[in-house]
Write a protein that binds this ligand. Structure first.
Ligand code: 4AD
Length: 458
């Protein structure tokens, strides 16, 4: 290192930090000598010059190693993913050339500290992960594929979206709680419960925190949680996980219309908050160039109208027959309908028999419930919600109808004994919301380490 050069400023590559925005817009950077740390994302040699793209999780920076710097042993044997410390002067890229934020670092010194070199040869990351690598192998290598641009952008958008939900719920004065994951009751049917030995008893991994959220209303007002839910789904679909992040809210003293309006507001406001961050906005547009803010109000469609629509459009049920009232609308049919309509849909008023025991019946049509699924193009259902039965007798009758022993639900049924209220809520699958927002084919690519039928590693 040449000590006569100006003292370098240590920077990261982030362009969201105020100090670093200057670097991002490329205006005040020219001539600044800086020290950066990052991993080699790409490398390219050209007439004795090496161009590196350095990555640090906050951004990418082009680095130019010229002259002697490109001829050292370390430079000649440089492998992707090697960690480097680099000193140099920031410059605008020459006219006609392209680099992130139109700037590049003209290195005058670099160091690869002991242990920072990435494996080369057969073990090089480019040999372990390539375009031809089988899907299952790529999933085994998730710890490495996470370093790729698409995976990291999705996860950075995920961070921003999850944060935005917290912000928006706070704007709406909801309080955050943290219900247990280990439970002894089911919410969404016995078929998808994961059971486990719990000391001398049996317990399950929770399917939804809804029932616990309901118990918070009397003392905490409207509440939400962002917790894991677990479903022992045996089907391998692109939108089912065994473990997923469930964003759930419960609102007190509301009616069904209030619930729908709230849901629409939350979803749109979350998008606004997330997109207000320029990096996040850029990543969303990179992943999903056609993204547009959904139009409000969302289309509202009753289940019975959806059945008619499916019949008119010749979309058959799972038995290959025209849909009829009472059918569960299967994933494929639901997605086709959503894709054709091509805008968010609130599908409401599902028949009681195909929905959960706790859902409130519609006063004007006892066949159906005040329930809603929010459907998004490309994914289908991303939210499920409803008004809840708030009368004790009616709730007990629902347990009986569904052949559920109410004994272990005493803490839930007690809510109807000690000052009940009209209330409702919903659960949104974060991975499904992201699959829609980031236009990902499967929810598996929208979580860090996906868990689904047949996969519990890495
Ligand atoms: O429709 P679901 O089953 O509703 C409930 O669990 C309610 N108790 C929530 C509530 O009212 N508080 O699930 C809600 C959402 C679905 O719309 C979907 O987005 C997501 O959770 N979800 C899954 N996501 C990934 N993998 C799975 N196996 C999922 N099951 C549900």
């Amino acid at each position: 290192e040449d000590s006569s050069l100006p003292k370098p400023v240590r920077i990261k590559l982030d362009d969201t930090d105020p100090e670093k925005i200057k670097l991002g817009d490329g205006k005040d950077t020219k001539g600044t000598r800086v020290r950066v740390f990052g991993r080699v994302h790409r490398e390219r040699k050209q007439k004795g010059i090496m161009f590196l793209t350095l990555r640090d999780g906050y951004g990418y920076m082009q680095v130019v190693l010229a002259g002697q710097l490109a001829k050292t042993y370390d430079a000649l044997t440089l492998t992707r993913e090697t960690s480097m410390e680099i000193l140099g002067e920031l410059a605008e890229v020459p006219a006609g050339a392209h680099a992130p934020h139109n700037r590049e670092l003209h290195a005058d010194f670099y160091k690869i500290h002991p242990g920072w070199k990435a494996a080369g040869g057969d073990d090089a990351i480019t040999n372990r992960v390539s375009k031809d690598t089988e899907h299952a192998t790529l999933l085994d290598l998730r710890h490495l594929t996470l370093r790729g641009e698409t995976a990291s952008k999705v996860l950075i958008v995920r961070d921003a979206v999850e944060y935005a939900f917290n912000v928006v719920y706070k704007e709406l004065r909801l309080r955050k709680v943290s219900p247990p994951a280990l439970v002894q009751t089911m919410v969404e049917g016995g078929a998808t419960l994961f059971g486990l030995p719990y000391y001398t008893e049996e317990a399950f991994l929770t399917q939804s925190s809804q029932l616990y959220l309901e118990t918070c209303l009397p003392s905490m007002g409207d509440v939400f949680c962002i917790e894991k839910s677990f479903r022992a789904e045996k089907s391998l679909t692109r939108r089912h996980l065994a473990e997923y992040t469930h964003i759930e809210a419960e609102l007190d003293y509301i009616n069904f219309d209030d619930l729908l309006n709230h849901l629409e507001l939350v979803m749109c406001r979350v998008l606004e908050v997330a997109l207000a961050n320029p990096t996040v906005k850029q990543y969303i547009m990179d992943l999903n160039p056609e993204f547009e803010m959904p139009e409000r109000p969302f289309k509202r469609m009753k289940y019975s109208e959806a059945i008619e629509w499916l019949v008119e459009n010749n979309i058959l049920n799972e038995d290959g027959e025209p849909h009829k009232f009472g059918d569960d609308i299967a994933e494929a049919a639901e997605r086709r309908m959503t894709d054709i309509i091509n805008r968010p849909i609130f599908l409401t008023h599902f028949p009681a028999e195909i929905k959960a025991f706790y859902m409130l019946k519609d006063k004007d049509d006892a066949r159906v419930t005040e329930s809603v699924d929010c459907l998004m193009p490309g994914v289908g259902e991303i939210v499920g919600g409803s008004m809840r039965i708030d009368q004790h007798e009616e709730l007990m009758a629902a347990f009986k109808r569904e052949e559920i022993d109410p004994a272990s639900y005493y803490w839930y049924t007690d809510q109807r004994k000690y000052g009940s209220s009209p209330h409702g809520g919903y659960g949104l699958g974060l991975e499904r919301f992201l699959a829609w927002l980031c236009k990902q084919h499967t929810v598996r690519d929208c979580c860090l380490y996906p868990r689904y039928f047949g996969r519990c590693k890495p």
